[in-house]
Design a protein. Structure first.
Length: 313
């Protein structure tokens, strides 16, 4: 199986390429830069075939995908800077990447008859209430530009293709790139008190575990919408921060223990307004995974433990 992966310099693209290599599949990575610019960690992705591609350039997408002739495209590339996306001078660029770029890829996947995986987000919903969002829910009501453009990407895929997997994720962390865990470890090292919001609820997603699931998916024809985060229950960002520091201290980093660092819960309103409206309810119902025979991801607590052993801090 030949798999073309976009956004390989990012957290998920990095791990997808490595998982393809682990299973003996032919993975071809792409991103904007002329050469691979992700983390240079010596893993398979750093040595695998790579092609520079601007997904907003429809003719370039057509030329490269027709040249590669993949069996599957796993589309990880996206504009993910949620607050920056709200800037007036950025909105057109965000839309050209998340919506138009996705449409360019979907159109050529249709021509080639290949499968496509599109990585989406809980931000396509309005983030209200307490009920977990079902994978096949169509009550779309994005709160911000990022959510709007990711939804436009979803619609481009579902309208163009029959052989698609739209996989919504939340609270992502991985080795290549920045994330909440890295931010907490960085600020926690230099402060004795932190405030973290406790009224936004969801579940973290470790890209290493997600990559394994995505490759499981493309081995099947069980197309459709899915929600994929780690197991382990729904938590707040405050809960997540407390567990990050607890595990970090247990690994021999006393600067993160409760004697040196106090974590205070605050509401989103108390924390201060971000440029983008954030969802309070990021709970994703993952039951469709097991209903279709896919193995659920490990718990987020287990994922965090493995991740902390992978990174330097």
């Amino acid at each position: 199986m030949k798999v073309f992966v976009t956004g390989v310099a990012g957290q998920l693209g990095h791990d997808v390429m490595n998982e393809l290599s682990n299973r003996g599949y032919e993975g071809i990575g792409s991103d904007l830069a002329e050469t691979y610019q992700g983390i240079q960690d010596g893993t398979a992705v750093t040595k695998m075939p790579y092609m520079s591609l601007d997904i907003t350039n429809a003719s370039a997408v057509e030329r490269i995908l027709k040249e590669v002739k993949p069996d599957v495209v796993i589309h990880c590339a996206a504009w993910t800077a949620v607050d920056l996306a709200e800037d007036e001078d950025k909105k057109d660029k965000v839309r050209s990447i998340n919506a138009d770029g996705t449409k360019n890829i979907a159109n050529i996947c249709k021509v080639l008859g290949c499968k496509m995986v599109y990585i989406s987000t809980d931000y396509v919903f309005d983030g209200q209430g307490t009920e977990p969002w079902k994978a096949d829910c169509k009550d779309y009501k994005p709160l911000n530009v990022y959510g709007e453009t990711k939804l436009e990407g979803e619609l481009a895929v579902s309208e163009a293709l029959e052989k698609f997997f739209i996989v919504r994720i939340a609270w992502v962390f991985g080795k290549s790139g920045n994330n909440f865990i890295k931010t907490m470890l960085k600020v926690g090292k230099n402060h004795d008190r932190l405030t973290v919001v406790n009224d936004q609820i969801g579940t973290p997603t470790y890209t290493l575990d997600l990559a394994y699931l995505l490759v499981d998916m493309i081995e099947t024809e069980k197309y459709g919408y899915y929600h994929a985060t780690n197991e382990g229950g729904y938590i707040s960002w405050y809960d997540f921060a407390c567990e990050i520091f607890r595990q970090a201290a247990a690994l021999g980093h006393p600067e993160y223990n409760s004697e040196h660092l106090t974590i205070a819960p605050v509401t989103t309103a108390e924390y201060g307004i971000s440029k983008a409206v954030r969802p309070f309810n990021s709970r994703l119902d993952r039951s469709k995974l097991t209903e279709n025979g896919f193995t659920p991801l490990p718990t987020w607590q287990d994922a965090l433990a493995r991740y902390l052993n992978e990174i330097e801090f």
